[in-house]
Design a protein around this ligand. Structure first.
Ligand code: NDP
Length: 451
């Protein structure tokens, strides 16, 4: 790295940190992008002169609000609500809502910043945003979740709309939560529009939206493997998480002939040497989506498997790793262990699951590494397809949506190759995704003037 590039990065980050102190996840996400864009920006001063990246790192708007609700005992509870409207230069704000006790502004700004580049990569007309609450649905009754969602939407509805901002699900926000929020939105606004995505299939939801992120991540891994003349068939795959993204990643890997041997939640992971078959996955889906149980209950049903309390699955020998739980769940030492155990491909279903150190390890060892903003973009892309279907008042069949999803993932992969190929032939997908995502947004910002 030249001195000029290093100086640019350090100045950029010093300013960002001074303006946004204590937001370490936000700093981490921006640093990764600045590091890969700096050489390009310095060669193209039109972007630095207009301070395009500085403007992209400042949300257009942040909405913060109070969410009062009553628990089942009749006590008053109060949570914080947020919506970060990051960038609307290529379309309405679009990005998920996260309900988890860890939610804060730093996490939502990192997610919103990544979302802008990810949405640009999908080639669909969507800006970027993210929101949520420090409310955790875990351990709450359906009625409590409903009352919370209604209170959350009572405020959020003022700030969103089909042409303004279209939220979706994320951690802690699945079909149940989207249903309660959409019901309240419709009641208050007296309109039936595509303002939320991830809706139920009978009331405006797209077929394949639940599957899209996990399937898309697997398609992306398959594309990366193809560049080496390889495929998922016959490979051993380690997956973290057991929520929406993880479940459908397991399903698609299994359909493509891979063997998934782990799943996890925030308490630990299970290892099933025989593989998590379709039948076993159906049990996990019932356990997680209906019973709302813990992954350790898998070993009660399948005693041949083992449960590891408070551990993450990265020490299990595998060919492919798909982190699908949460940010910073895979550290530098985990990355070294994966590589020592022969892992050749990592595709991120979660957002920023690998720490900066882990990313360095993957790239230095030149393995196939697909960062979340490229590898998990299938989810938001299919949300974009849901928006199109809602606007057209139509519904596409599963095959049609899946074909579009696959072709979007292939195109994202191609864009990463185009902008990420190093002189020695190694494809740096981080650089490729960041440059490709940036260019479209930057061009729109230039053309729309200083707004
Ligand atoms: P879910 O809430 O359905 O599942 C999340 C899973 O991750 C659960 O198994 C959960 O375990 C686990 N998890 C959550 N927090 C932690 C933690 N701190 N440590 C360890 N495990 C944790 O969420 P999704 O599957 O929708 O989202 C997973 C990831 O994928 C997130 O990073 C999200 O931003 C990203 N993503 C999701 C998309 C979507 O379409 N849903 C689209 C693109 C990215 P537990 O039950 O114990 O909390």
């Amino acid at each position: 790295m030249s001195n000029e590039v290093e100086l640019y990065i350090e100045n950029f980050m010093a300013n960002l940190i001074a303006k946004n102190p204590h937001e370490k996840e936000f700093h981490q996400a921006v640093r990764e992008v600045v590091e890969s864009l700096a050489p390009f920006l310095l060669k193209n001063p039109v972007y630095t002169k207009l301070k395009i990246l500085e403007r992209m790192a400042e949300p257009e708007r942040v909405i913060l609000f109070r969410i009062p609700w009553l628990n089942d005992r009749g006590d008053v509870e109060i949570n914080k609500g947020y919506r970060v409207q990051m960038n609307s230069s290529i379309g309405p704000y679009k990005g998920g809502l996260r309900f988890h006790s860890s939610v804060n502004l730093s996490i939502l700004k990192f997610l919103a910043f990544e979302q802008v580049l990810k949405n640009s990569l999908t080639t669909l007309p969507m800006g970027g945003g993210k929101g949520g609450s420090d409310f955790s649905p875990k351990g709450k009754s359906d009625n409590e979740v409903m009352r919370f969602c209604q209170s959350f939407m009572t405020e959020l509805q003022r700030h969103i709309g089909p042409d303004t901002d279209v939220p979706a699900g994320d951690i802690g926000v699945g079909g149940r939560e989207i249903g309660y929020m959409y019901g309240q939105y419709k009641r208050l606004r007296n309109e039936f529009t595509g303002t939320l995505t991830g809706k139920g299939c009978n009331w405006g939801g797209s077929l394949m939206r639940p599957e899209a992120t996990g399937y898309g991540t697997t398609y992306f891994a398959q594309e990366m493997l193809k560049t080496k003349g390889d495929s998922i068939a016959g490979k051993t795959v380690v997956i973290s998480g057991s929520g929406n993204v993880a479940q459908y990643a397991v399903e698609k890997v299994t359909q493509l002939g891979g063997k998934v041997v782990t799943m996890s939640d925030s308490n630990g992971y299970i290892y099933d040497a025989d593989g998590i078959t379709t039948e076993k996955l159906a049990f996990v889906m019932e356990l997680k989506n209906v019973m709302r149980g813990r992954i350790k209950e898998y070993v009660d049903e399948y005693p041949g498997a083992k449960y590891f309390e408070n551990e993450r699955p990265w020490g299990v020998k595998c060919d492919i790793a798909l982190p699908c739980a949460t940010q910073n769940e895979l550290h530098g030492d985990d990355a070294n262990t994966l590589i020592a155990n022969g892992c050749i491909c990592v595709a991120e279903g979660a957002n920023m699951p690998s720490t900066a150190k882990a990313v360095d390890v993957f790239i230095q060892n030149k393995i196939l590494y697909g960062p979340g903003k490229a590898a998990n973009a299938g989810g938001v892309a299919t949300s974009g397809l849901e928006m199109s279907q809602n606007s057209m008042r139509t519904k596409w069949c599963s095959e049609e949506v899946d074909t579009k999803l696959q072709s979007i993932m292939v195109n994202i992969h191609e864009a990463c190759v185009e902008n990420g190929k190093e002189p020695d032939g190694y494809i740096n997908y981080v650089k490729g995704a960041n440059i490709s995502g940036f260019l479209k947004v930057a061009c729109a910002m230039r053309e729309q003037g200083l707004v």
